[in-house]
Design a protein around this ligand. Structure first.
Ligand SMILES: [Zn+2]
Ligand SMILES: [Zn+2]
Length: 361
């Protein structure tokens, strides 16, 4: 990993520009191509082999300290951050070579939406929200967005589920009953559906590919989870040129814990496959035992613009998918706007009631 990438024209640090898709100098506007491997296909690593290499310290949180290459300031990066911008001179800091994590990302989805475009997406999102306080709308213009590469695990696995259960098959019966019509008893009949249950047992097979699990939980997980879909065919081979000028987080969710979440994602599909295997009209699953085979994983980086604002002593974070422009955020409600809305509803209702009463009178 190259710590420095000076501009060939003026010597300032180059950074990755989302709008140009290449390295760019903010001082003299010089561009420089990022050398890409056009045949790159992200490939997984064996999950169990990797786990066997770990010791108890492998996945400890880490905090990296580094001197800025531009202004020489001594910088403590936030926990589990391996690239960022210098807080003093704003130039890119690449500290990936100091990272002690046994697993490093192999693929990255480069930023495709730049800060200006992200701001535009955010502004539209804000204006489409009802009852948003005006002060928040004003503030959105002035806030600085932070570009962050979020690590994600992706898991592949084949599963074999051995199960026992019951297969329900419908059949119809004619039921006779008596009804009283005009004081007289009348014989009637109707068709009723019943279910006959048979024991079932067997094996269901599934293939899972690219189950995506966010691997750093610093940003609100409920927002990160909703930035999907990511369209993983845009992945490029990891290289620091794509990172320059953005923050890169390392993972804080251990590899095995991530697979635990992937298992939960597999569960509904496995049960669906068992039901298909049982067949019939209805199914009950009594026992199931799942074996996970050919487990492989990748660590990849996905690009997000992050911003937040404070409103009435609360922090509101919002995130933008820097590939699709999808905005996710928590939001405050304007008490004033809500009150006026409710009052105006009440006024409209009052007018209606007045008209109805007058009309019928
Ligand atoms: Zn330059
Ligand atoms: Zn600096």
């Amino acid at each position: 990993m190259e710590k420095h990438k000076p501009c060939p024209n003026c010597g300032n640090e180059l950074e990755f520009s989302a709008s140009r898709g290449e390295l760019h100098c903010r001082h003299c506007d010089t561009g420089q191509e990022v050398l890409r491997d056009p045949d790159f296909v992200p490939s997984g690593s064996d999950y169990l082999e990797t786990l066997a290499r770990f010791d108890e310290n492998s996945e400890r949180p880490e905090q990296i300290a580094i001197d800025c290459g531009n202004c020489a300031a001594h910088i403590e990066l936030p926990e589990n951050v391996v690239a960022d911008r210098c807080p003093y001179c704003d130039s890119p800091i690449i500290a990936t070579e100091l990272c002690t994590r046994p697993v490093r990302p192999t693929a990255v989805m480069p930023f495709a939406i730049d800060r200006e475009e992200a701001t535009e997406h955010y502004r539209k999102w804000l204006h489409s929200r009802w009852f948003m306080p005006n002060r928040v709308k004003r503030e959105a213009r002035t806030r600085q967005f932070k570009g962050i590469y979020l690590p994600h695990w992706t898991y592949d696995s084949d599963t074999t589920a051995v199960y026992t259960g019951m297969r329900g098959e419908y059949y119809w019966v004619t039921v006779n009953y008596t009804e009283t019509v005009n004081g007289r008893s009348v014989q009637r009949s109707r068709r009723e559906r019943r279910t006959r249950w048979y024991p079932a047992a067997g094996t269901a097979f599934n293939l899972f590919r690219d189950l995506l699990v966010p691997a750093n939980r610093t940003l609100p997980p409920e927002l990160v989870d909703k930035l999907t879909p990511w369209f993983l065919d845009g992945l490029e081979q990891y290289q620091s040129d794509f990172i320059r000028g953005h923050q890169e987080q390392s993972y804080d969710l251990p590899l095995a814990a991530g697979f635990g979440q992937a298992k939960e994602m597999m569960e509904p599909e496995i049960r669906e496959e068992i039901r298909r295997d049982i067949g019939g009209d209805e199914q009950q699953i009594l026992t199931q035992s799942v074996r996970y085979k050919n487990i492989s994983y990748k660590l990849i980086l996905l690009p997000v613009w992050e911003n937040h604002f404070e409103f009435q002593h609360k922090i509101y974070t919002f995130l933008i998918n820097a590939r699709t422009g999808e905005v996710q955020g928590k939001r405050p409600w304007s008490a004033v706007k809500l009150t006026f809305f409710i009052l105006s509803l009440a006024a409209v209702a009052a007018v209606f009631i007045y008209l109805i009463i007058n009309h019928s009178g």
